[in-house]
Design a protein around this ligand. Structure first.
Ligand code: GTP
Ligand code: MG
Length: 452
């Protein structure tokens, strides 16, 4: 466990246990038994000094500093930024967000604050565009994804061989302020769906925003209505712890006042001779820190002064633990085997590795078989194609032979006809020559004879 974790754990424990100044011999046995410690209780005959351990832890934690992360979920312009400024008495960087976002997104900003000698790394995450879309079915998903992503980052750091949780910037959300619109009627379905999706992941503190816009009677009824709707829909909101005697009474009372109806403003108005944070209207002044006007002070007391450490503790011990458990189970890790015998991490890892190797082998065999099958199929296909080509070739060859034979026959007939024709032609020419030759030769002879 990292020293910051030990400090946190022991600080939490020390609140539940007796004050550090109590002598050790006065610790009752049942306290040891309660902690599952069966060692024998002995009395000391003189001062040893380990009673300074809580102080050592406090000093160490103080020098390390603390971190606290708040998630503000609420419609655009509902007063998220104003309330944060009012809570921490400062002006954080605020931008007016657009009302035309196509989907919900989250904007995180981290600040370093100091009060006395305590340093606080504060991260404020606000929803942007929440409730602005026509279809609000998936509005809660980016919020869930964001919270899970912070758990995952922490888990990854924890699972590293070389962990640096000591100086790790823990971005897990410790408190989720859910801003309810001051309608005076009931919760919107978006509110119920979102809170239901988040209740196992984060400490939800519902608040009625801009409570100065609802009358006193309406506010009372509105609070009762909201709480009954949360109960009937099974939404688990954060309960201020009642196991620490010093604050149990106050926390129990505050649990009955939820949801806090708050007003935010850092504008100061002079009341009597004092400057107070207030909202000024034509008809009067709403004082932010006046408990008759709103529950702002109660919220600040519960969130910052009394339960900040419990919120951090619950985030780590309850919400993160659940996330870690589900994640490790998803990865195949179990504490017990199917016969309920404890299994070590090493055994689980070996079993998982073997399972993985078997699966790999099975897939390899399957792929090899598939490959051989495909090659066979391809070979058959190729052989078939070759046979078809051969047949086609043979067919074409025989057609070619037949046509050649026919052409040769025709050629022979034509040659015979040409020969016969040539013979007839030469016979005809001979006859013609004879026919022309007879009278002419007679005439030539006659001429010759006359000349003689
Ligand atoms: P985006 O970040 O833009 O979503 O708004 P936001 O939720 O941070 O609201 P912001 O704090 O910017 O306040 C919006 C308007 O509401 C400002 O004009 C504030 O003065 C006003 N406002 C804030 N808190 C209260 C309140 O408690 N009562 C009333 N009546 N108005 C408030
Ligand atoms: Mg804002």
């Amino acid at each position: 466990m990292a020293s910051s974790d030990i400090a946190r754990h022991l600080l939490y424990q020390s609140r539940l246990e007796r004050p550090s100044s109590s002598p050790a011999e006065e610790v009752p046995d049942e306290m040891f038994l309660k902690r599952g410690d069966c060692s024998r209780s002995l009395s000391l005959s003189g001062k040893v000094g380990f009673d300074s351990l809580p102080d050592q832890l406090v000093n160490k934690s103080t020098s390390q500093g603390f971190c606290f992360n708040i998630l503000c979920i609420g419609e655009t312009g509902i007063g998220k930024s104003t309330l944060m400024d009012t809570l921490f008495n400062t002006r954080f960087e605020n931008y007016e967000e657009s009302h035309f976002e196509s989907e919900v997104r989250l904007r995180a900003q981290t600040y370093g604050l100091q009060e006395s000698n305590v340093n606080l790394k504060l991260t404020i995450v606000s929803t942007v565009g929440f409730g602005d879309q026509m279809n609000k079915d998936d509005s809660y998903k980016p919020v869930v994804d964001y919270i899970d992503a912070q758990f995952e980052a922490y888990l990854q750091e924890e699972l590293k061989i070389k962990r640096s949780l000591y100086n790790y910037h823990d971005t897990r959300i410790h408190a989720c302020l859910y801003f309810i619109s001051p309608t005076g009627h009931s919760l919107k379905s978006l509110d119920l769906v979102t809170m239901k999706a988040l209740d196992s992941k984060v400490n939800i503190i519902p608040i009625i925003a801009k409570a100065d816009t609802v009358s006193k009677n309406e506010l009372h009824k509105f609070k009762i209505k909201i709480m009954s709707e949360l109960v009937s829909n099974g939404v688990q909101i954060y309960q201020f712890p009642t196991d620490d005697e010093s604050v149990s009474k106050m926390n129990a009372t505050m649990n009955g006042i939820l949801p806090f109806a708050v007003v935010g403003s850092i504008d100061e108005v002079k009341i009597g001779n004092k400057m107070v944070k207030a909202r000024q209207y034509p008809w009067g002044i709403v004082q932010v820190e006046n408990e008759n006007h709103c529950d702002f002070v109660k919220l600040r007391e519960m969130l910052v002064c009394v339960n900040m450490e419990d919120l951090r503790e619950q985030t780590h011990a309850r919400h993160y633990e659940l996330y870690r458990q589900c994640k490790l189970e998803e990865m195949g890790f179990r504490d017990n085997d199917p016969e309920n015998k404890p299994v070590s991490l090493q055994e689980t890892y070996e079993a998982k590795r073997q399972e993985f190797l078997n699966e790999l082998q099975r897939r390899e065999d399957e792929m090899r078989q598939m490959f051989v099958q495909r090659v066979k199929e391809k070979e058959l296909e190729l052989k078939e194609a070759e046979r078809e080509l051969q047949n086609k070739f043979e067919q074409l060859k025989s057609i070619h032979h037949e046509e050649k034979r026919k052409l040769d026959d025709k050629k022979k007939i034509l040659e015979d006809e040409i020969n016969a024709f040539s013979k007839r032609k030469s016979a005809t020419e001979l006859l013609q020559a004879q026919a022309f030759a007879t009278p002419a030769s007679i005439n030539v002879k006659k001429d010759k004879d006359r000349k003689k």
